[in-house]
Write a protein that binds this ligand. Structure first.
Ligand code: PMT
Length: 403
């Protein structure tokens, strides 16, 4: 619990000219009720003094990983645990590169590695440095890893050039960070069950029917729901992904195993999000022995797999039920007919007819529908998109359960 209405934010200041805006950022965060501790990189003190940031934050500023007196007061691991968010502003090109590499050679980069809190970064640099493929590559890797990128802005730069690379104004950064932190409590204490990945339906010991789902969308949703305070269980078909922190991970192979895993846990869930691409069919017969080339007939007889989503939605005491729809055409009509046929609370439809969206991609866009409305969530990395979808689900869940 916090001793004040806001959250606990570590503001990291790295060495760029935009560091002159950091005191204003700290002041605005405190005005919004947050408690702030400042950590500077050694380079940052060329642009602004620790004393200035101490005055506006109301606490001594940390600069050194190996400062015995500061470590005695609040060790760096303790500081990493204290933080509800680590916000690096400004984040220079050099800092972003180090963050991407997972360096831990100063206090700020070490904190970013040691914390379980979300990390946000407000880049600030010359426009050529921002546009350089190395920086762009670092930024997209960091975004995929869940780092919240705030900006940069476009306009006049300290170096005299005009273009992208200016740090966002402190008031905007403070607002965006506050919004993100408020999302943390959205699903506080609720049980959320997420299905993800493909299922595999075996034909014999070496062959199976499956699909191209990577699990990314479902894993990102599990991570976002956990970030929003939920107790998350992720029931996943075979993927190469690592389960997010603070999420119970249940591995399954077939649609039937996924059904059993979901049905035995659904009692504890307030919300089900079915992002798995469950195979609709399985071979009607399983051969214990590898089917020989000559032994195979011309056709494989198939049968339907259990429809997990429909079964959950049909329960008399059911969770708030969110389905996905993988569509190639007539998105709204098809998604709405699934919404109605399965009596879902919400459905998120995505296109699966091209590269860069739906199955296997890093990014996605969603059209979300409910009985009397709908909205479009724009194309972006699945982790960022998942945060938006979870916020939308929480809003609808709360409207349906006002207590
Ligand atoms: O895993 P990624 O590579 O990140 O890709 C993400 C995704 C494209 C798989 C995901 O965004 C998605 O669309 N998942 C649902 C895919 C799908 O199977 O859609 P569908 O329209 O066939 O099924 C409709 C809904 O019923 C889905 O919520 C599905 O989980 C559920 N279903 C389907 C069949 C079945 N037997 N049981 C089910 O529960």
């Amino acid at each position: 619990m916090h001793d004040m209405p806001g959250h606990q934010i570590v503001v990291g200041v790295s060495g760029g000219i935009a560091a002159y805006k950091s005191p204003d950022l700290v002041r605005r965060l405190r005005e919004l009720g947050h408690s702030v501790r400042v950590v500077m990189t050694p380079a940052a003190s060329h642009f602004i003094t620790p004393l200035t940031l101490q005055a506006v934050s109301g606490h001594p500023v940390r600069t050194d990983l190996f400062d015995p007196s500061a470590e005695a007061a609040m060790g760096h691991i303790e500081l990493a645990r204290w933080a509800d968010m680590v916000l690096v502003a400004p984040a220079t090109a050099h800092f972003l590169a180090r963050l991407r590499q997972g360096m831990a050679d100063d206090l700020l980069s070490t904190l970013c590695l040691a914390t379980e809190a979300p990390v946000a970064a407000a880049p600030a640099m010359n426009r050529q440095m921002w546009l350089h493929p190395a920086t762009q590559d670092n930024v997209s890797a960091l975004t995929r890893r869940g780092v919240l990128l705030l900006g940069p802005d476009e306009g006049d730069q300290a170096c005299g050039e005009i273009g992208p690379g200016r740090m966002l104004e402190p008031a905007r950064i403070a607002g965006m960070v506050t919004e993100r932190l408020l999302a943390r409590g959205l699903l506080e204490g609720l049980g959320v069950l997420v299905t993800a990945g493909p299922t595999r339906e075996p034909l014999d010991p070496v062959r199976f029917i499956s699909n191209h789902s990577s699990g990314r969308m479902g894993y990102a949703l599990a991570e976002a729901a956990a970030g929003a305070g939920a107790r998350v269980t992720l029931v996943s078909g075979p993927t190469s992904l690592i389960a997010p922190a603070r999420v119970e991970h249940v591995s399954v192979l077939t649609a039937s195993e996924m059904r059993d895993a979901v049905m035995s846990r659904v009692g504890g869930a307030s919300i089900l999000i079915a992002a798995a691409a469950v195979a609709d069919h399985r071979p009607a017969a399983y051969s214990e022995r590898k089917i020989k080339k000559n032994g195979a007939g011309e056709a494989i007889a198939l049968e339907r797999t259990p429809d997990i989503l429909a079964e959950v939605a049909g329960l008399s005491s059911r969770p708030f039920t969110v389905g996905f729809a993988a569509e190639t055409d007539d998105i709204e009509a098809n998604a709405r007919s699934k919404l109605e046929a399965k009596a879902l609370d919400l459905i998120a439809a995505n296109r699966v007819d091209g590269p860069g969206t739906g199955f296997g991609s890093e990014d996605n866009a969603l059209d979300v529908f409910w009985a009397d409305g709908g909205t479009h969530l724009e194309y972006k990395p699945k982790r960022a998109l998942a945060g938006e979808l979870v916020a939308l689900i929480a809003q609808h869940y709360r409207a349906a359960h006002p207590d």
